[in-house]
Design a protein around this ligand. Structure first.
Ligand code: GLV
Ligand code: MN
Ligand code: MN
Length: 398
C-alpha cells in the first residue's frame, strides 16, 4: 500500500507509467527496501533491476523471481508490484530465519512490462534476446522522449549484464487478473502457459468537411470507416472458438461534433492461445482494413507493434509450485493466463513458472483492482516454498 501511494490516482488507482517520475520514485523505494537484504544490485542497459542474495555455493546459478513496478494508465495497486514485493518478503523471511539456500536468489524488477508508454520495448524482451537494447532505447513514447532519454532522466540506465548473470529458473507471482480462482474459491493457480498477443496501431485518413453540407455518399469519414473496421474485425474474432480482441485507444481529428472526422488512429490488442490463429487474424485484419478503407474513400496505414507467441511454461517449475501449494494445503488448479507477463519472455531462455492468486471479481487494469491480505499471503507463501525448493534442487530442464 505504501508503494501504491506513488502515482496514486482517484479511487485508489495507480498511474505509474514506465520510466516516468513516479516509476523512478517506486524504483528508489524498492532500492531502499531491498538493498539491505542482498549482497549486490545490478541494473542493465534498459533499466531491469536485479537484487542478488548469494547462495551457500556461489558457483551455482541463481533462482530468479520478480515482476514489474510500472502500471497501465489508471491501473491498479497489485498488477506487477505484487510479484516484486512478494520476493522482497521471501528475502526478508530467509534473512530473519538465517536460511541460506545452495543457489543464490535474485529479485528482479523488469522495466516497462505494460508497454503502455513504449511499445515494443519490454525490458524482459531484451533479457531474453527478443529485442536488442538499441531497439528499446530508441523506442518513441506515446507522450514524450525516447526510452533511452527517459531512462537516463530517472537514473536507471545501467550496463550490460548478460550473459554473465547465470539463472537456473524463474518464477513470477501475479494476481490472476481474471475471475476463475475467485469463482472456484481457490487460493492458487498453477499457470501452465499464456495466450499470445498481437498489437497494432491503425491510422485511417479521410477528409474533413461540414457535417451538414457534404452528402453521405461523397464523404471520406475516417471515424465511420474505423467503426466498421472494428465491428468487422470483432465478428471475425467471435467466429473463432477462442481468443479476444480489444480496441481501447482512439484519437479522432479534428474531434469536433459538426465536422466530418479527417483522421483516426486506434490501437488494437488481439489475443489467442494458438499461434496459427493469431497469424490468420493478422492477415485477415490487414485485408479487411484495406477493403473497408477503400469503400469509405479513405486510406489506411497499419503498424504492427508487437507479436508475442503463446507460451508453455516449464513442467518442472509447474510441479514445484504444485507440490509447495499442496504442502501448504491450499486449494489449487492448473490454468492458462489470459494476460501476457514478463515470465512469457523469460520462458524462452530459462525454465519458468508462474503462480496466480485470486483478485476481486477478476478485475485488473483498473483502480478497483483488489486482493485480500489472506490471498496475498498465501501466494507469497507458495512463492517462498517454491523458491526454496528450486534453490536446493540440482537440475531443472535437462
Ligand atoms: C499485460 O499487462 C497484458 O496486457 O497482458
Ligand atoms: Mn502484470
Ligand atoms: Mn498489466
Amino acid at each position: 500500500m505504501e508503494m501504491a501511494e506513488i502515482g496514486k490516482t482517484s479511487e485508489n488507482g495507480v498511474t505509474r507509467a514506465a520510466l516516468s517520475k513516479e516509476d523512478g520514485q517506486a524504483r528508489d523505494l524498492l532500492c531502499e527496501w531491498a538493498k539491505p537484504l542482498v549482497d549486490q544490485m545490478l541494473v542493465d542497459e534498459v533499466g531491469n533491476m536485479f537484487f542478488i542474495k548469494k547462495g551457500a555455493n556461489p558457483n551455482l546459478p541463481l533462482v530468479l523471481s520478480g515482476s514489474h513496478l510500472d502500471t497501465q494508465y489508471h491501473g491498479g495497486r497489485f498488477d506487477g508490484v505484487y510479484g516484486v514485493l512478494g520476493v522482497l518478503e521471501v528475502l526478508k523471511t530467509l534473512h530473519e530465519n538465517q536460511i541460506v539456500p545452495d543457489h543464490g536468489l535474485g529479485l528482479v524488477n523488469w522495466s516497462n512490462e505494460e508497454e503502455a508508454r513504449y511499445c515494443p520495448a519490454m525490458g524482459s524482451a531484451v533479457f531474453s534476446g527478443k529485442l536488442t537494447p538499441r531497439q528499446v532505447l530508441d523506442c518513441e513514447a506515446s507522450d514524450g522522449p525516447t526510452y533511452g532519454i527517459s531512462l537516463k532522466d530517472i537514473g536507471y540506465n545501467g550496463e550490460k549484464i548478460t550473459p554473465s548473470l547465470k539463472v537456473k529458473a524463474y518464477l513470477e507471482l501475479h494476481i490472476e487478473q481474471g475471475p476463475v480462482l475467485e469463482n472456484e474459491h481457490l487460493d492458487i493457480g498453477l499457470v501452465t502457459g499464456a495466450q499470445g498477443q498481437l498489437t497494432m496501431d491503425v491510422t485511417i485518413r479521410g477528409e474533413a468537411g461540414h457535417a451538414g453540407t457534404v452528402p453521405m455518399e461523397m464523404r471520406a469519414d475516417a471515424l465511420s470507416c474505423a467503426a466498421e473496421i472494428i465491428s468487422q474485425c470483432r465478428s471475425k474474432v467471435l467466429k473463432m472458438d477462442q481468443g479476444v480482441m480489444t480496441v481501447g485507444k482512439m484519437e479522432v481529428e479534428p474531434n469536433s461534433r459538426s465536422t466530418i472526422p479527417s483522421n483516426v488512429v486506434f490501437g488494437m490488442d488481439i489475443r489467442n492461445p494458438n499461434t496459427q490463429s493469431l497469424e490468420e487474424l493478422k492477415n485477415q485484419f490487414i485485408t479487411e482494413i484495406a477493403s473497408i478503407s477503400q469503400k469509405h474513400h479513405c486510406s489506411e496505414d497499419i503498424v504492427i507493434r508487437s507479436f508475442k507467441a503463446p507460451t508453455e511454461f516449464d513442467e518442472i517449475c509447474i510441479n514445484v509450485v504444485e507440490s509447495s501449494a499442496k504442502k501448504l494445503k491450499y486449494g489449487l488448479r492448473r490454468m492458462r493466463s489470459g494476460a501476457f507477463h514478463d515470465a512469457c519472455m523469460i520462458n524462452a531462455i530459462i525454465p519458468t513458472g508462474m503462480i496466480f492468486t485470486p483478485c476481486l471479481k477478476g478485475v485488473s487494469h483498473h483502480p478497483s483492482e483488489f486482493a485480500s491480505q489472506g490471498q496475498i499471503f498465501r501466494g507469497a507463501n507458495t512463492l517462498l516454498h517454491s523458491l526454496l525448493e528450486l534453490s536446493q534442487k540440482e537440475k531443472v530442464r535437462p
